[in-house]
Design a protein around this ligand. Structure first.
Ligand SMILES: CC(C)=CCC/C(C)=C/CC/C(C)=C/CC/C(C)=C/[C@@H]1[C@@H](COP(=O)(O)OP(=O)(O)O)[C@]1(C)CC/C=C(\C)CC/C=C(\C)CCC=C(C)C
Ligand SMILES: [Mn+2]
Length: 423
């Protein structure tokens, strides 16, 4: 197994977007990923590849609720894929990449999984990769303290990789949500995507990209969810209304479901798990969707003040509501009833996600349970605010947050794959 050298080149004057202003001079890093490849192979050894069959529970809820059909017939009579089906193809692609890793008997399994052998070239002085990961950890600790603490339970290799993914997601979000958001154009997002393609080819642009380049070379992480998150940011630039849930589903997948698909290849699946790889990825997707739906329900007033209504227009109309009611911001019975339905759907996605957390590698379960419980609590707070999400921000207080942590820990140790069905 060869150790790999990597180059990180950064031009301070480059036109490339740099959401966290980390551009510096040309740097050189070297990484030896031989050891981690072996560890990585071990992590899923013993887990046999399983038959992939779709679990349709959330989808069937959507069918029952007649919010939108799964397959949409176009005017020309062609069958167009629904958002769920488009997204499901990405789930299958990611699950296939992981399964390919499981099947591979070669110690150089990742070179086998990835289409071409990875060589990250970082000219100049060597050995800065550790520094790059440390910086990712600092960013993570600064932006998401609880989550950062949770990652400390993971193995050092996995924790660093999750930090690198977190930082890339945060930087991507900052492009459209950060202080320079008003200057961001679709062209800037195209450049950000070109940087992404480069880092997946082992040509990172800066230090933080180099950490991610190293991560995606070590773990079976597909590029598509990353491309799709950028697509979500493009969507945010060009669109401020969602005609139905199918439309909203795609947006939620782009900006949050993708995070689940990026994270699980690093977090790992418990070798004792009897679940299919695909079902675990579906659960990861569901947690991202649940989080984003919750985010949308919490921020209705704030978004309206920015001229944005993420709630499905057809469902608003069915409830006898319109954008004007949202801009007026009055909590009426119509609004309460509408919100009850929205909360119910978000909770169904959380329920779907729970099935998958149990299947994760033991050390990864706690941070995921903590994030799930804390985010789901926001829905309870919306209820406690009598559905006033126009002027009150649903917030989980410190005491409730702290109380959720041991509960998350208990779930992560008591709900194990082998005791599934009994808990
Ligand atoms: C353990 C854990 C939570 C790991 C995920 C780590 C990770 C890579 C997080 C990246 C998050 C991020 C910066 C996303 C960018 C887009 C974004 C901001 C999405 C919203 C997050 C909430 O952030 P916030 O409340 O700060 O929102 P504002 O920016 O203020 O508007 C999202 C709502 C989505 C985040 C989505 C997740 C954390 C998905 C989690 C799913 C998994 C980790 C998969 C777990 C596996 C199973 C099997 C269930
Ligand atoms: Mn945001």
């Amino acid at each position: 197994m060869s150790s790999v050298a990597a180059v990180l080149w950064v031009a301070a004057s480059s036109p490339n977007p740099d959401p966290m202003n980390t551009c510096g001079l040309v740097r050189a890093l070297e990484s030896s990923r031989a050891l981690s490849r072996c560890q990585n192979q071990r992590m899923d050894n013993g887990r046999r590849k399983k038959q992939t069959t779709k679990t349709w529970s959330v989808m069937s809820y959507r069918r029952r609720s007649a919010v939108s059909s799964s397959v949409v017939a176009s005017h020309a009579g062609e069958i167009a894929l629904s958002s769920e089906e488009k997204v499901y193809n990405v789930v299958l692609r990611q699950a296939a990449l992981v399964n390919k890793q499981l099947r591979s008997a070669s110690p150089d399994l990742l070179d086998d999984v990835k289409k071409e052998p990875q060589e990250i070239v970082l000219p100049g002085s060597l050995g800065l990769l550790g520094e790059a990961y440390d910086r990712c950890g600092e960013v993570c600790a600064e932006y998401a303290k609880t989550f950062y603490l949770g990652t400390l339970l993971m193995t050092p290799e996995r924790r660093k990789a999750i930090w690198a993914i977190y930082v890339w997601c945060r930087r991507t979000d900052e492009l459209v949500d950060g202080p320079n958001a008003s200057h961001i154009t679709p062209m800037a997002l195209d450049r950000w995507e070109a940087r992404l393609e480069d880092l997946f080819r082992g040509r990172p642009f800066d230090m933080l990209d180099a950490a991610l380049a190293d991560t995606v070379a070590r773990y079976p992480v597909d590029i598509q969810p990353f491309r799709d998150m950028i697509e979500g940011m493009r969507m945010d630039l060009r669109k401020s209304r969602y005609k139905n849930f199918d439309d909203l589903y795609l947006y939620c997948y782009y900006v949050a479901g993708t995070v689940g698909l990026m994270s699980v290849p690093v977090m790992g699946i418990d070798p004792k798990s009897k679940a299919t790889t695909e079902s675990v990825y579906n659960a990861a997707l569901a947690l991202g969707l649940a989080n984003q739906l919750t985010n949308i329900l919490r921020d209705v007033g704030e978004d309206a003040r920015r001229g944005r209504v993420y709630l499905p227009q057809d469902e608003l109309a069915q409830a006898g509501l319109s954008d004007e009611d949202i801009f007026a911001g009055k909590v009426t019975d119509k609004w309460r009833n509408f919100m009850k339905m929205q909360l119910k759907r978000a909770r169904m996605f959380f329920d779907e996600a729970e099935k998958g957390v149990t299947e994760l590698d033991a050390a990864s379960r706690w941070p995921v349970w903590a994030s799930l419980l804390l985010y789901r609590r926001i829905l309870d707070e919306i209820e406690a605010n009598d559905y006033n999400n126009f002027t009150k921000r649903a917030y989980v207080g410190k005491a409730k947050k702290i109380a959720a942590l041991p509960l998350a820990y208990a779930k992560s140790v008591l709900k194990t794959p082998s005791s599934r069905g009994t808990n």
